[in-house]
Ligand binder design. Structure first.
Ligand SMILES: [Zn+2]
Length: 317
């Protein structure tokens, strides 16, 4: 029998889960629609059932643990708490519910922490003890690893770097405050910057032909690659804001590397080159040249499942 863990990624729309061995191979995978189960008990039954089927279909595999990445997940308590994009209200004791159906160790954390764990166990941070993962999507998620351990903090919610206030009285944030890091340094932050620049700048731009509701970081990165002046200006401003946050983070925990992942990171060198430049210009002299700014090496398709699986394997160490 080969030992495997189940890595589960719970998203607002879909739940993706896979059986993953110790080397990070996803041996089997399936999904179900999270939105089909507005009642948590039905969801837990359906998920446990689907995992059991996956194991039956793959004889020779022995399930030893379950790791779950989910929005607003609390590692310390094994709960999902007040997640705005999920139908289950209040505090859901998810780890306990799953363990009631499948009797193995069950660990939960948020998706950015899971991504950091995936990078540490299976990816580019294998030999690193101190690094930070920033996931640049609709928001900015983060996982902080210090001395080989993810930082969970007193509440279990540590690592909300996306909500560091970097501009006093700045852009409105979904958390109810203003000027948070993620309102500038994320895929949606880039879009907001372009919308501002389209009215401030007079230059011709292919972005003027796209309705603002259809602007994406991908389209902006493509325009930047063709030297569109507004796209270039927006990319540069976003890189600078991203770098300011990174400079502050470096002062906090002196990481060996900062990994960038997600929609915005896919802009590649158009983003990484200016971020490295602005970090270099603004970092404290004692940290100069000590921090690598790197793309995640885990493929975008597998990150969530691999990250959740890495979390489970790490618990068994
Ligand atoms: Zn915020």
């Amino acid at each position: 029998m080969k030992d495997v863990v189940a890595g589960i990624d719970i998203g607002g729309t879909n739940t993706i889960f896979g059986l993953v061995d110790k080397e990070g191979n996803v041996l089997a995978e399936n999904r179900l629609k999270t939105t089909d189960y507005p009642e948590i008990n039905n969801y837990v039954s359906a998920l446990a059932n689907a995992i059991n089927i996956l194991i039956k279909e793959n004889p020779g595999l022995n399930l030893v643990a379950i790791g779950i990445g989910a929005p607003n997940a609390n590692y310390n308590k094994g709960t999902i708490e007040l997640a705005p994009n999920l139908a289950w209200k209040g505090i859901v004791p998810l780890a306990e519910f799953i363990r009631g159906k499948i009797n193995v160790r069950v660990t939960v954390t948020n998706d950015a922490n899971a991504a950091a764990m995936g990078e540490m166990i299976f990816g580019g941070a294998k030999k690193m003890k101190d690094f930070i993962m920033l996931t640049l999507g609709t928001g900015l998620g983060s996982g902080i690893v210090v001395n080989g351990e993810l930082v969970y903090g007193h509440t279990g919610f540590a690592g909300e770097l996306g909500h560091m206030i970097i501009v006093q009285g700045g852009r409105d944030c979904g958390c109810g405050r203003q000027g948070c890091y993620e309102t500038y340094a994320s895929a949606s932050g880039l879009v907001r910057t372009v919308i501002n620049l389209l009215s401030e700048m007079r230059e011709d731009s292919s972005l003027r032909d796209i309705p603002t509701s259809q602007l994406t970081s991908k389209k902006i990165a493509e325009a930047a690659a063709k030297n569109d002046p507004i796209a270039l200006e927006a990319m540069d401003f976003t890189a600078e804001m991203l770098a300011f946050g990174i400079v502050n983070i470096i002062s906090f925990s002196s990481p060996e590397a900062v990994f960038l992942f997600g929609g915005l990171a896919q802009a590649g060198e158009a983003l990484f080159a200016p971020v490295r430049k602005y970090v270099d210009q603004n970092v404290m002299p004692i940290f100069k040249g000590t921090v690598k700014i790197l793309p995640s090496v885990i493929s975008e398709n597998n990150t969530a499942v691999l990250g959740a699986a890495a979390l489970a394997w790490n618990e068994l160490k």
